[in-house]
Design a protein around this ligand. Structure first.
Ligand code: X2X
Length: 330
């Protein structure tokens, strides 16, 4: 026999669970939590779980598995609701959001101060508005990092050294133009195919941040030469499908956004702090590291100027100008 008090309590619990159903959102990433990028998403998930008391949870799906490894379809999948949320790269989303090519303009943002000025400035707001206008709600910034060039053939310290080298690039048209301008032979492929292609020698080189080179052990694929040229920074963006966003309470939205901002700031700081030790580890494995002096740097800048002329209008001159002004502290 159930006593009335027990019945009341049972009913109350059922009512609470009916009205406050725990909700799980899928979060796509390209890299797993072996990398800072995946750790950013896991941090976001941890904070959301903790602060919502488990009522809202994020489940991270790494390796672009929700889009079968096709990372340049991640944005479309999030827009259509196939994916609820993502921590994604500006490069991978640039085919759908041309404004994101801003970050890929070669030698445009020289250092982390410039990156922070842009993401935290008027240009950053314009980029978030562009993402929203293209059907996804952006919440916060993270960072994959400055992308460096590696290859199996020779040290590279001038554009001529790239002549004829097959360089794997992400399937984003700007990269085709940049590496063509440098005299290389760019080959578009997904991240999933990259290490095998390097290992077999189907391609000679690739470009990725130090954390990716280090964790993925790109040196094991015969990539003996690494040039530190900081030619572009690859920010990450935490974002949510707009219907999902619209279905959340104000409280949940604040929670989700603040957790993304905190996870992003945490991951950006960590990524930057770890760079010196990663470089030391890469050198210790026998990779020759080439740094550019001013004249060598300038030669790369000049060789890639046509990319700016070509892409400025596609990105939007107003955005490019706003980014320049942000960097100059105007
Ligand atoms: O594919 C790449 O090079 C990676 C992992 O850096 C991105 O997803 C942009």
């Amino acid at each position: 026999l159930l006593r009335p008090a027990v019945v009341l309590v049972t009913t109350a619990i059922m009512t609470v669970s009916l009205f406050a159903q725990a909700r799980e959102l899928s979060v796509s990433t390209v890299l797993s939590d072996a990398f800072p990028w995946g750790q950013a998403a896991e941090k976001w998930a941890d904070l959301v779980k903790e602060r919502s008391g488990g009522e809202l949870t994020l489940r991270v799906y790494p390796n672009a598995q929700l889009v079968n490894g096709d990372q340049t379809r991640e944005f479309s999948a999030m827009r259509s609701g196939l994916i609820d949320a993502a921590v994604g790269s500006t490069i991978n989303w640039s085919p759908q959001v041309p404004e994101l090519n801003l970050f890929s303009l070669p030698f445009f943002m020289p250092d982390v101060e410039a990156v922070d000025a842009v993401t935290g400035g008027a240009a950053g707001t314009m980029v978030f508005d562009a993402i929203e206008s293209r059907g996804v709600m952006p919440l916060a910034w993270g960072e994959n990092g400055f992308r460096q060039l590696s290859n199996s053939r020779r040290p590279i310290d001038e554009p001529d050294d790239l002549e004829g080298l097959k360089i794997r690039v992400v399937g984003s048209p700007l990269f085709q133009d940049t590496f063509t301008a440098l005299g290389a032979n760019p080959i578009q492929m997904s991240w999933a195919d990259t290490k095998p292609a390097l290992t077999t020698g189907a391609v000679d080189g690739q470009e990725n941040p130090l954390s990716v080179f280090d964790v993925a052990r790109i040196d094991q694929a015969g990539q003996d030469h690494l040039t530190l040229w900081n030619y572009m920074n690859d920010p990450l963006i935490f974002a949510v499908n707009p219907q999902v966003w619209g279905s959340l309470s104000d409280e949940e939205r604040t929670l989700l956004r603040e957790a993304a901002e905190e996870a992003g700031a945490w991951e950006i700081a960590m990524t930057r702090e770890q760079e010196p030790e990663r470089l030391a580890a890469i050198k210790a494995r026998g990779v020759t590291v080439t740094e550019l002096d001013e004249a060598q740097h300038e030669a790369f800048v000049e060789a890639t100027e046509p990319v700016h002329d070509e892409w400025g209008p596609r990105i939007g001159e107003a955005l490019v100008e706003a980014a320049r002004a942000d960097m100059q502290g105007e």
